[in-house]
Ligand binder design. Structure first.
Ligand code: SF4
Length: 336
């Protein structure tokens, strides 16, 4: 079977499936309370793809070259019985990696059940080590200690190396960069520092609030010398660094100051079954209608190939004052 290649010669390699638009946190850079308040209408259950539908469409993506599947949200564990989806996806021949991105706020017993279902890797979002700063980023009162416990139990369950995603926002949590780096270096987990991005159209993004990769790198290097590492694979989003004393690795995701669109091989499916070819997209292509209309695997394949082959996305390279206010899709809807 031939693999799908887009207009910029980028292969389809990674699939991110958003299983819900709901979340129990209200991170200001993703789901600010001012927009996603008590009265916010989340998608009703019958609009969400069923796990069977997600499995059907994922099989076609793997057929077209996808090797890595990541489950996202919202908060994916808000979707009941996620383990049954994991066990379906884990059976797809050709899938090399099956990962989950979570805020680590659910009961730690879920970790082993996810592992037993076939999950391979865990990524956890955590924006600070102290509760006050953490709360100023996620706008809910949830103890950091619980998330740290989720991270350690995930590593002990063999879902590592656990990656920790920290979004850095100027004036809010950049003071937490060094404490986080020291802590995760000591605990042998891989911290990834993420530039604050203009995702969606609700987070009030300003360039002034971005701490750039260069600034983060200099801050780290001055305290714990680092040197660059080769990427693990084409299309890897994080710039990798190792501590020169050999005590581990750290990553920086620089979508704003050093775009990486040239190798972007990621497709995204929203929880209601729309295919998006960029995190900063405005429109998606409906797959749910095809799935519920009885489309065959060949027809799904044709539809996905047609979308991917037309793809020219490189939003981060084209970002400008004109693009900031575009009605981009919300990250909580298509996943990070
Ligand atoms: S901006 Fe779009 S095309 Fe560029 S790396 Fe991100 S998802 Fe890929």
């Amino acid at each position: 079977m031939s693999h799908a290649i887009d207009q910029l010669n980028r292969p389809l390699h990674d699939l991110r499936i958003s299983v819900t638009d709901r979340c129990n946190f209200r991170c200001t850079y993703c789901m600010p309370k001012s927009v996603f308040g008590r009265d916010y209408q989340f998608m009703p259950q019958d609009q969400l793809l069923t796990f069977e539908e997600m499995d059907r469409v994922a099989r076609v993506f793997v057929d077209l070259g996808v090797r890595k599947i990541r489950l996202t949200g919202g908060e994916p564990l808000m979707r009941r019985d996620l383990e049954s989806l994991v066990s379906k996806l884990a059976l797809i021949p050709g899938t090399e990696d099956l990962a989950l991105t979570t805020n680590g706020s659910f009961h730690i017993t879920r970790i082993q059940s996810l592992k037993d279902a076939g999950l391979k890797r865990m990524t956890v979002s955590l924006d600070a080590l102290d509760d006050a700063t953490f709360m100023s980023m996620n706008d809910v009162d949830f103890p950091v200690s619980k998330v740290l416990e989720w991270i350690d139990v995930s590593a002990n369950a063999g879902l590592g190396p656990v990656k920790i995603n920290m979004v850095v926002k100027r004036g809010v949590n950049e003071h937490a960069i060094l404490p986080m780096a020291r802590y995760f270096r000591e605990h042998c987990h891989v911290l990834r520092l993420i530039e604050y991005m203009d995702v969606g159209h609700s987070n009030g993004w300003r360039m002034d609030d971005v701490v750039t990769a260069a600034q983060i790198r200099d801050l780290l290097h001055a305290d714990m010398p680092i040197e660059p590492l080769e990427p693990n694979s084409r299309g890897e989003v994080a710039e990798r660094y190792r501590y020169t004393d050999g005590s581990g690795e750290i990553g920086i995701i620089a979508s704003v100051s050093q775009p990486f669109c040239g190798d972007c091989s990621r497709a995204r499916i929203s929880a209601d079954g729309k295919l998006y070819t960029c995190l900063f997209a405005i429109n998606g292509t409906d797959m749910r209608g095809l799935l519920r209309g009885g489309a065959s695997a060949a027809e799904l394949r044709e539809a996905i190939t047609a979308v991917w082959q037309k793809r020219v996305d490189r939003y981060s390279e084209l970002r400008s004052a004109q693009t900031e206010d575009l009605p981009k899709v919300e990250m909580s809807y298509i996943g990070g």
